[in-house]
Design a protein around this ligand. Structure first.
Ligand SMILES: C[S@@+](CC[C@H](N)C(=O)[O-])C[C@H]1O[C@@H](n2cnc3c(N)ncnc32)[C@H](O)[C@@H]1O
Length: 269
C-alpha cells in the first residue's frame, strides 16, 4: 500500500521533503479511516443487540438447502414452500412427532392467547384450539398467503373459530404488543431469514411472564433423519435467544425427534 502511495506521489514534480510528508499524511489518513469503519473487537464477544444491523449477518455461498446467510455461526435454511403443504399433514407425523403429547407439555389453559408463528396448514394450531377454548385465541402467523388460504379452508370445514390468520413479513409477525401468553414455533425458527428481527418483534408481542416455545428437530441426534439445516442443537437455540429479553426455563426431550425449548419473557427489549 505504502509503495503504491509512493508511486502516485512520485508522479508530481515536488521536493523530496514535500513528497515524504505527503506519503506520511496519506498513510495516517488511510489508517484512521480503516480503524473507524472496522467492527470493534471479537464479533462473538458483543451482544447482538448492540451490533449495527449491517454486521449482524454474514453472506457465503449457499449450501444445498440453505440461503447462504449466516447468523451466529448457523446457516439459515430455505423456507418450505406452500406446494409442500401436504407434507405437514402426513399421517406418519402422529408417530414421528406425537403432536398431542407436545400440546400437553405446553400446559395451556382456557383463555390463553397463543401465537403460532409459521403456522403452515394449522396442523398444530388445530390441536391447540380446544385447549384454549373460545375465550382464547390463536394468532396464526404466516408469510405465505397460500398457507393462510389452506388454514382458512380447513378451519372452516372443521368449525374452528378461535384461529385468526395473520399475514406477517420476514421481519415482523405483525402482532399487537404485550398481548401473547405463548408464542410457539414448530419447525420454523431455522427458516427465519431475519432471526434477530423476528425474535425482537415476537418478544414485543409477548406479555411479561409469557413464554416462547421453540420446537426444533434435534441436531445432536443422528437418528433424526431430517435435512441438516432443518435441525438445531439446544445450545445453538439458547445462544440465538441471548440478545432478547428471554430467560431459558427448560428443555423437554420427551418427543421422538424434537426438542421443546421453553423461555420466559423477563423484560422489555
Ligand atoms: C416447515 S413449515 C412448519 C409449519 C407448521 N409450524 C407445522 O409444524 O406444521 C415452516 C413455515 O414457516 C413459515 N415461515 C418462514 N419464515 C417465516 C416468518 N418470518 N414469519 C412467519 N412464518 C414464516 C413458512 O412459510 C412455512 O409455512
Amino acid at each position: 500500500m505504502i509503495s503504491k502511495i509512493h508511486k502516485v506521489v512520485n508522479t508530481f514534480h515536488i521536493s523530496k521533503l514535500t513528497k515524504l510528508c505527503t506519503i506520511v499524511f496519506i498513510s495516517i489518513l488511510l489508517l484512521l479511516t480503516y480503524t473507524a469503519t472496522s467492527p470493534k473487537g471479537d464479533s462473538h464477544s458483543e451482544t447482538d443487540s448492540k451490533r449495527p444491523a449491517s454486521t449482524r449477518y454474514e453472506q457465503r455461498v449457499a449450501s444445498r438447502d440453505g440461503i447462504g446467510k449466516i447468523y451466529m455461526g448457523r446457516e439459515i435454511s430455505q423456507v418450505m414452500g406452500h406446494l409442500a403443504a401436504g407434507w405437514l399433514e402426513r399421517p406418519e407425523r402422529e408417530r414421528e412427532e406425537l403432536p398431542n403429547k407436545l400440546i400437553e407439555m405446553l400446559k395451556l389453559k382456557k383463555g390463553d392467547v397463543v401465537a403460532d408463528i409459521g403456522i403452515g396448514t394449522g396442523y398444530i394450531a388445530r390441536r391447540i384450539s380446544p385447549k384454549i377454548g373460545n375465550e382464547g385465541i390463536i394468532y396464526g402467523v404466516e408469510i405465505q398467503q397460500e398457507m393462510l388460504d389452506i388454514l382458512a379452508k380447513t378451519t372452516k370445514e372443521e368449525g374452528i373459530t378461535n384461529i385468526k390468520g395473520v399475514l406477517g413479513t420476514i421481519t415482523d409477525p405483525k402482532l399487537p404488543a404485550n398481548s401473547v401468553d405463548l408464542a410457539i414455533m414448530v419447525d420454523v425458527y431455522h427458516e427465519f431469514s431475519h432471526p434477530y428481527e423476528m425474535m425482537h418483534n415476537i418478544c414485543r408481542a409477548i406479555k411479561i411472564g409469557g413464554r416462547v416455545a421453540l420446537i426444533e428437530y434435534r441436531l445432536e441426534d443422528d437418528s433424526v433423519l431430517i435435512k441438516r439445516l432443518h435441525k438445531m442443537s439446544e445450545l445453538q437455540v439458547v445462544k440465538e435467544m441471548t440478545p432478547h429479553p428471554l430467560s431459558w426455563i427448560e428443555t423437554l426431550d420427551g418427543l421422538p425427534w424434537q426438542h421443546v425449548i421453553i423461555f420466559e419473557k423477563v423484560g422489555e427489549g
